[in-house]
Design a protein around this ligand. Structure first.
Ligand code: NAI
Length: 286
């Protein structure tokens, strides 16, 4: 039987989630995605109208099939805790069952089990603000959307993950070295995500023989990254100063993700794996 993957955080064909979906599809996995509720309509319409057909093309010439797109807002765990103004918001009212618990239940009802869980989402409303100017609310929202969202997803999907399965998330080196401009508590959120990767690897390993790793990816001009404001500079900096002097393709992160969730990586868990053309290893840039 082929493996089944749920990838949270796909809303266009530019980001790491899409590239990971393609790499897993190319390796034979069935693909389910979770798409942020406010982005759902545009994503589904674009898919239907064939806007992604070129970028859906796999190495063998076939098109990646997405078995089902689930609306998801990973900031909410259960329907009970969704505030009234969100429930009645025009962009949310048209969809249902999009809290983490409900999505996991829907996937269980539709497919029974999964083998692979991917978290490729982040949000920090004050990302352009320095930490010293970040509000408590902005900081906690960054942590909620970018870190706890992973704890919650793994908690709710673990019971339907087949033993031997694996989970990954995406992190950024601003967690451990200062990157001025990656603000709003996003650096804090990535630090939490990396620490949680180690603790969750232990807990999910013991509870369900599930491996948990995170990929520390280099800069990519995704939709989310453009919101930070200086992504082109980061990409140029990385190109100029890294050991490889080459551009980072999202597909390279996809390939590492496919490795990490495969039996080839059966002894790798609790790790932060760098896919950044080696930039993290440099201390001085000649
Ligand atoms: P992206 O824009 O393709 O992905 C972010 C996704 O998160 C979007 O689809 C967005 O709709 C979704 N999202 C935001 N809030 C959500 C919520 N509450 N519930 C559900 N979905 C929500 O951008 P990208 O850059 O590919 O991001 C994926 C991951 O990669 C993120 O964790 C990001 O921090 C990480 N990363 C990105 C780097 C970059 O330079 N682009 C570098 C290192 C890590």
């Amino acid at each position: 039987r082929g493996k089944r993957a749920f990838i949270a955080g796909v809303a266009d064909d530019n980001g790491y989630g899409w590239a990971i979906a393609k790499a897993l599809a190319a390796a034979g996995a069935e693909i389910l995605v979770g798409t942020w509720v406010p982005a759902l309509n545009i994503f589904e319409n674009s898919l239907r109208r064939g806007k992604f057909d070129e970028s859906r093309t796999l190495p063998d010439g076939s098109l990646m099939e997405i078995s089902k797109v689930y609306p998801l807002d990973a900031v909410y765990d259960t329907l009970e805790e969704v505030p009234e103004d969100v429930k009645t918001n025009k962009r949310y009212a048209g969809s249902s069952n999009w809290t983490v618990k409900e999505v996991a239940e829907s996937v269980k009802n539709d497919f029974g089990t999964i083998d692979i869980l991917v978290h490729s989402l982040a949000n920090g409303p004050e990302v352009t603000k320095p930490l010293l100017e970040t509000s408590r609310k902005g900081y906690l929202t960054a942590i909620s959307a970018s870190s706890y969202s992973y704890v919650s997803l793994l908690k709710h999907f673990l019971p339907i993950m087949n033993p031997g399965g694996a989970s990954i998330s995406l992190t950024y080196i601003a967690s451990e070295r200062t990157i001025p401009g990656y603000g709003g508590g996003m650096s804090s959120a990535k630090a939490a995500l990396e620490s949680d990767t180690r603790v969750l690897a232990f807990e999910a390993g013991r509870a369900g023989k599930i491996r948990v790793n995170t990929i520390s990816a280099g800069p990519l001009g995704s939709r989310a990254a453009k919101a930070i404001g200086f992504i082109e500079k980061m990409i140029n900096y990385s190109y100029t100063n890294g050991p490889m002097q080459k551009e980072l393709a999202a597909d390279e992160v996809g390939a590492t993700a496919a490795f990490l969730v495969s039996p080839l990586a059966s002894a790798v868990t609790g790790s932060v794996v760098y896919v950044d053309n080696g930039l993290n290893t440099m201390a001085w840039h000649p």
